[in-house]
Design a protein around this ligand. Structure first.
Ligand code: CTP
Ligand code: MG
Length: 240
């Protein structure tokens, strides 16, 4: 039984670009001296339990910095099979990784940890905690944080229609880890989902929520890039 990582990186970062006017896809924006995507790939390649790390690029991606990535070592594999949605990119990547590994893979048992290229602040400790907490639970699991804010549902005029109780609500993060074949079956069954856990839920399985923290943020808007930069530069320093 093996742990594999799959990093979908075939998006364009439209919410980042629309606000900042940048043409470079967000996963390649400079962050703490490196293209953003290199941070998560470094963490996944440095996690001893993970045997291989697959990154899924758009087929016409002209920005992948091959030379800078070569230093991450032999665990890293590049797949140029991104699709038009995140779920398609992940499903295409699952098929392609099985093609690369061939008989070295046991698709019924091997675990795949899917992680956004746009979550650069992931740590090895977070990955190891997820793997330990999920254990052999066939429903898999994901990193997540309990919702802290009071939630409001808006009406069509931008006024509060309702306050939504936050009890029991969590924000899903990545990595999200599932057995390879189960995840591919789930994504084929429910290709419209926005994360892997939702696909698994359509099979009436209940993935385990593993508590993480807000530092594993997803970079979506320009301000998130500044927050991620601060987190990466100040990690390990005592909070004041
Ligand atoms: N992704 C992907 N294939 C797609 C769309 C998204 O592999 N067709 C990847 C992104 O590259 C990112 C992750 O899925 O690593 C999470 O998606 P998101 O944060 O939404 O990134 P984008 O889709 O690039 O951004 P936006 O939605 O603002 O356009
Ligand atoms: Mg998107």
């Amino acid at each position: 039984m093996t742990y594999l990582a799959l990093v979908p990186a075939a998006g364009s970062g439209s919410r980042m670009g629309a606000l900042s006017g940048r043409a470079l896809p967000k996963q390649y924006l400079p962050l703490a001296g490196q293209p953003m995507i290199r941070h998560a790939l470094t963490t996944l390649c440095a996690t001893p339990a993970i045997a291989h790390v697959f990154v899924v690029l758009a087929p016409d991606d002209a920005h992948w910095p091959a030379a800078a990535m070569a230093t991450l070592g032999p665990k890293l594999h590049v797949l140029r099979c991104g699709g038009d949605t995140r779920a398609h990119s992940v499903a295409n990547g699952l098929r392609a990784m099985a093609g690369v590994l061939g008989e070295r893979m046991d698709i019924g048992n091997d675990w795949v940890l899917v992680h956004d290229a746009a979550r650069p602040c992931l740590t090895v400790a977070m990955v190891e905690n997820l793997i330990a907490e999920v254990g052999e639970d066939n429903a898999g699991g994901l990193l997540a944080v309990p919702v802290a804010d009071t939630l409001k549902r808006a009406d069509e005029n931008g006024r509060v229609r309702q306050t939504v109780p936050r009890d029991g609500l969590w924000q899903a993060q990545t990595p999200q880890m599932f057995r390879h074949r189960l995840l591919l079956d789930a994504l084929d069954f429910a290709p419209q989902v926005t994360d892997e856990a939702s696909a698994i839920e359509t099979l009436r399985l209940a993935p385990r929520l593993v508590a993480a923290d807000a530092s594993n943020l997803k970079v979506t808007y320009p301000l998130d890039l500044q927050l991620a930069e601060w987190i990466l530069q100040n990690r390990g320093k005592p909070c004041r």
